[in-house]
Write a protein that binds this ligand. Structure first.
Ligand code: PLP
Length: 385
């Protein structure tokens, strides 16, 4: 059977082979510490679970409006007001099946065949593929420690070409755990506006920021498209619930695309998510944010002590982007650490093409005791730093 050409532009995750091997080792009785996981080790706050149960028993299971329930859209808008001091009209909020569906809708709405979209290298692997799924061209911008592994206005202008239609950013980012300095983000938005393009900012990790109060790109104008999710800050990955805030004029387009592509996001999850904004739930999420910060404060210096490079202190999410060049190629090192130390990390190859063999992603979405054990094991395998 002939497959669509676009499928050739979508890569599988390299790391899956490593994950399969880790699972096989575990089945054979080995203890494996997983520092490769891209989701919180916590689960949904208790009030959300209670709300889910109530919604299910009350039979709230029919489809909702494609853009989400009015109550959830209002609750999300109210949260921008309360926690960010931003006025967002609820009609601009489009509720989706996670940030993934939000990114799908945004690319479906904005990317024509042959359109280039600027994104950093390294970045979240699926970003390349959301663009490729609509026959667009992901245009990778190599970034380094000098820009905190992030886009800058200068890089954006230098890479903007005749086919470039916009940029897809994430702040804080996966795999680096770094944010775009807020002033710089403002300059990027202004430059894109001047160039007549679109700016999409994935703020899925914004709630997990460790340097001051998180600030949303929505502050820079109604024309910025912001994506967020209940997956990370609220520890609800499998609930499949997220949202976009889109410019007022684009709402009808996003609505008709959402109707046709997804019908709606999970109704039960939408009902339960209202409880995310209860003070009790927010208090739980804030204490988890502190737990992540504590883990970061332990793991980054500890990995530096073992001889890994961490030229930039990550300021968000639960990732550290580590330079492992001292120990050789990141693919070979990931295999060695798994086989010999029983610790799994993700080599750089999945995240881009810029020096992937030099970098590894460490996820600290696991308890401090596990992190300490991992450091001990890696130290024993690699010798003194
Ligand atoms: C940067 C980034 N964006 C989006 C997603 C997808 O999240 P969701 O579970 O909300 O679809 C992830 C998941 O790891 C991510 O790291």
């Amino acid at each position: 059977m002939k497959l669509a050409r676009r499928t050739a532009h979508i890569d599988p995750f390299h790391v899956m082979e490593l994950v399969k091997r880790a699972v096989a080792l575990e089945h054979a009785g080995r203890s494996i510490i997983h520092l490769s996981i891209g989701e919180p080790d916590f689960t949904a706050p208790e009030p959300v679970v209670d709300a889910l149960e109530r919604a299910a028993r009350a039979g709230h299971t029919q489809y909702t409006a494609a853009v989400g329930t009015a109550r959830l859209r209002e609750a999300i808008a109210a949260d921008y007001r309360r926690r960010h001091g931003l006025q967002v009209d609820p009609s601009r909020v489009v509720v989706t099946a996670g940030a993934s569906a939000a990114l799908t809708l945004a690319c479906c709405a904005l990317v024509d065949p042959g359109d280039a979209v600027l994104m950093t290298d390294p970045s979240y692997p699926c970003n390349r593929h959301f663009v490729a799924a609509f026959d667009g061209l992901p245009q990778l911008v190599p970034v380094g420690a000098d820009t905190r592994f992030q886009m800058s206005e200068a890089l954006l202008r230098a890479h903007w070409g005749p086919n470039t239609r916009g940029t897809l950013l994430a702040s804080p980012a996966n795999p680096t755990g770094t944010s775009i300095p807020f002033d710089e983000l403002g300059r990027i938005v202004a430059a894109v506006r001047e160039l007549g393009g679109f700016t999409i900012v994935d703020e899925i990790y914004l709630g997990l920021s460790y340097a001051g109060t998180p600030r949303s790109a929505l502050a820079y104008g109604d024309d910025v498209i912001v994506i967020n999710s209940f997956s990370k800050y609220f520890s609800m990955t499998g609930w499949r619930l997220g949202w976009l805030v889109v410019p007022p004029a684009l709402v009808p387009t996003f609505e008709k695309l959402a109707q046709n592509l997804f019908i709606c996001a999970s109704t039960l999850a939408q009902h339960a998510a209202l409880a995310c904004f209860d003070p009790a739930s927010l208090a739980v999420c804030e204490s988890r944010r502190e737990a992540f910060r504590e883990r970061r404060d332990y793991i980054v210096p500890a990995m530096r002590g073992l001889g890994f490079g961490a030229p930039v202190m990550p300021d968000g999410a639960f990732y550290a982007w580590l330079d492992c060049s001292r120990f050789g190629d990141s693919d070979a090192l990931a295999t060695r650490l798994l086989e010999e130390a029983g610790v799994s990390l993700v080599p750089g190859a999945d995240f881009g093409r810029h020096e992937p063999q030099r970098w590894m992603r460490l996820s600290y979405a696991t308890g401090l005791d596990q992190l300490q054990q991992a450091v001990e094991r890696i130290g024993r395998t690699l010798g003194p730093g």
